[in-house]
Design a protein around this ligand. Structure first.
Ligand code: OFO
Length: 161
């Protein structure tokens, strides 16, 4: 594997761990304001992110590649309301999608077909992640003025998890 691809895959592991950290912090925020459905949703997201990191880790091992460890940043947690949290989550997912695309482009330039094939799963997954957050963000936006509806949504989410 080319060094650049190894470097980007290792960096992606770090992004995925950061995503888990960020969503866990968002889950804490929702727990603290007693929105348990949203808290559960974010906690599940955090778990998924750990699985994403593990997937890349396993792929590097499979290719007999070096795994490097980097510092995981602390997320900013100064959200003011649910809308604010979801806005950040969706922006974050867009940033992660762009990182996956950058990785894919590099793998393509280097004719690393195995990595391109591996990344297909992530390209698909990012579509789902962005869509999941976007739907929630839009619902929150629509219900912004009515806390009773937001509470009903929270109950719905609580049932779904
Ligand atoms: Fe790993 O998909 Fe979200 O960040």
């Amino acid at each position: 594997m080319e060094n650049k691809i190894n470097e980007l895959l290792n960096q992606q592991i770090n992004f995925e761990f950061y995503s888990a950290y960020l969503y866990l912090a968002m889950s804490t925020y929702f727990s603290e304001i007693n929105m348990d459905g949203f808290a559960k949703f974010m906690k599940n997201q955090a778990k998924e992110e750990l699985e994403h990191a593990q997937k890349i880790y396993d792929y590097l091992l499979l290719r007999n590649e070096k795994i490097t460890y980097q510092r995981i940043e602390a997320p900013d947690t100064d959200w003011v309301n649910a809308q604010d949290v979801l806005d950040e989550a969706i922006e974050h997912e867009k940033m992660i999608s762009s990182k996956i695309h950058e990785l894919y482009k590099t793998a393509k330039e280097k004719d690393d077909f195995a990595t391109m094939n591996f990344l297909n799963w992530f390209v698909e997954e990012q579509l789902e992640e962005e869509e999941k957050f976007r739907i929630l963000q839009e619902k929150i936006k629509a219900f912004d003025e009515c806390s009773c509806t937001l509470e009903a949504m929270d109950r719905e989410l609580n049932k779904d998890q």
